[in-house]
Design a binder for this molecule. Structure first.
Ligand code: HEM
Length: 517
């Protein structure tokens, strides 16, 4: 009797279990069908754009496997696929649809259309480190912030920063004199120098970071690397996998240090402001007199145009956007000049011609460093800071013969265009003459996009050029530069949000004047 009851209750339990499972499966199916239907438009339009033959797409995963692994592999895979497909070329990252854009004409449309001004959802992963500033803000808030912040980059204001760039370049020279005649990685010194320059000019606070060790710079590099890994590694999009990977904990540590650092800078600024009220004009030193980025933001907050949180986020964005980018470009320029002494000699002659052997650089000198600018541009062609920029299509967008659907993403393959023989013949050859006014005039303006383009281009372009030119002119005047790299192909790169050299930036400096030894 007991056995009979047990058997009946087991059958009942199994029945209930089966019903439950069937209901769950049915509910999941209904949800899936509804989800698919809500994306019908995306699939229909997406299917009309060819999928590249060169890349295998798997069921469900799509092309995700090409975007898993180290950041060198990811960059190379994007380059490979985008080089071998028509523009726009379709790729699927699991359920996400992206189009690779690889012609200047397509890039021009994408960068200027109000339908693709929004940064892709992938950029939300940048917010943990860089905050919700201009770089990743949703388009409505971005329009307001960009308008408020643009006057901060007025050329007159930028000119007032030149002294800081000069002073810190001289500090850098002093530090580097301790490293002469040996091969070393100059990248970390430049990270410290540019971080100091950005902190002083954006926040009006001296850190003397160059003279101490710059752990923060290294942490930010690692933070950017984690951010990029998460962006392009679909499994890491899920919080629990990100937590399990151990990367979340590491990222939290970096963010804590970064936020503590910024809050300290802002506090210092507030204390300075109070002190300023107590000091006479004569006692206020140069750095306190200069109106900096943070002063403007604090004024905007006094007028209730920005909240305290928004200020912190914009400051974070500037710290990330301003320092590591410029340090990286300067590092690449130095190894390129080290590889090509003939171009370095021309830069040296130009620098001596403009400022002589002893005088410090002044505002009026900067536009005269024309050949140096050509070398910087050629370096940014081969190593564009943002090799692949990702935007979101917020309304169906016509590009060429194709209508790209709302909800898809656009990958602007700048690295691929910069390394295409069609726009830059013999593209792996380093040749500053490509940026002579005559050569530039022959090219499509959107074939070269180191600062992106259109209304959402880099707001710090002139700031960056000023800083880079001053640091480079100062270094080239003082040192002859060599590197262990033999050719451009030796410089293996990865995309850790911004482009980086995997083997660092090895240089050997030899003082040009005997009095510097
Ligand atoms: C060599 C130096 C620099 C390079 C090559 C560079 C490059 C770029 C690029 C390619 C973008 C577009 C990114 C995207 O859409 O995904 C960008 C945006 C941005 N950059 Fe720069 N940048 C440099 C220096 C600076 C500096 C010095 C600052 C600030 C002081 C800065 C602040 C920003 C900001 C705030 C954005 C977002 C702009 C917006 O969405 O409105 N950058 N930069």
């Amino acid at each position: 009797m007991n056995a009979f009851v047990k058997e009946r209750s087991l059958i009942l339990e199994l029945g209930v279990m089966n019903c439950l499972l069937i209901s769950i499966a049915a509910a999941a199916l209904v949800l899936y069908v509804r989800w698919r239907n809500s994306r019908k438009h995306l699939y229909e339009l997406g299917a009309k754009v060819p999928i590249p033959d060169c890349a295998k797409s798997l069921p469900i995963l799509g092309h995700s496997l090409y975007f898993i692994g180290d950041t060198e592999r990811i960059l190379n895979n994007v380059k490979y696929i985008s080089t071998n497909c028509e523009s726009p070329g379709t790729i699927w990252l699991a359920h996400r649809l992206f189009f690779l854009l690889t012609t200047p004409a397509d890039l021009e449309i994408a960068l200027n259309s109000p339908k693709s001004l929004e940064k892709d959802d992938l950029y939300r992963f940048s917010r943990s480190l860089a905050g919700k500033g201009l770089f990743s803000l949703e388009v409505d808030a971005w329009k307001v912030h960009r308008k408020l912040i643009t006057p901060t980059f007025h050329p007159r204001i930028l000119d007032s920063f030149v002294n800081v760039f000069v002073e810190q370049s001289n500090v850098l020279v002093e530090i580097l004199q301790g490293k002469v005649h040996e091969m070393f990685n100059i990248g970390e010194h430049l990270t410290a120098a540019t971080l100091e320059m950005v902190t002083q000019t954006a926040m009006g606070v001296k850190l003397n970071k160059q003279l101490g060790n710059c752990k923060l710079g290294e942490q930010l590099n690692r933070g950017l690397e984690i951010m990029f890994m998460r962006m392009f590694n679909v499994p890491l999009h899920f919080d629990f996998i990100f937590e399990l990977s151990g990367l979340a904990k590491e990222e939290r540590g970096i963010i804590d240090s970064f936020l503590n650092f910024i809050k300290k800078v802002i506090n210092d600024k507030k204390v300075e402001k109070k002190l300023k009220m107590l000091e006479t004009e004569a006692e206020i030193d140069d750095i306190k007199k200069r109106k900096v980025f943070l002063d403007h933001l604090l004024e905007l907050s006094e007028q209730n145009l920005l909240t305290e949180e928004e200020i912190i986020d914009e400051v974070r964005t500037f710290m990330i956007g301003g320092s590591d980018t410029s340090a990286t470009v300067i590092s690449f320029v130095l190894v390129c000049l080290g590889m090509f002494p003939e171009y370095q000699q021309k830069v040296y002659e130009e620098v001596i011609d403009v400022i002589g052997y002893d005088r410090d650089i002044e505002c009026e000198d900067i536009p005269k460093f024309k050949y140096l600018e050509m070398c910087i541009k050629e370096t940014m062609r081969l190593f564009p800071i943002g090799p692949n920029i990702v935007r979101k299509v917020t309304e169906d967008l016509q590009i060429g013969d194709h209508m790209l659907p709302e909800g898809s993403g656009l990958v602007l393959c700048i690295y691929t265009v910069h390394r295409n023989d069609k726009y830059f013949p013999d593209h792996m050859r380093f040749d500053p003459e490509r940026f002579s006014p005559e050569e530039c005039a022959k090219r499509h303006p959107y074939a070269y996009l180191p600062f992106a383009g259109g209304p959402r281009n880099c707001i710090g372009m002139k700031f960056g050029y000023n800083m880079m030119k001053i640091v480079l002119a100062t270094l080239v005047r003082k040192f002859f530069i060599e590197t262990s790299f033999q050719k451009i192909e030796d410089i293996r790169v990865k995309q850790s949000l911004i482009i980086k050299s995997i083997l660092g930036y090895p240089v050997k400096l030899t003082p040009r004047n005997s009095d510097l030894i």
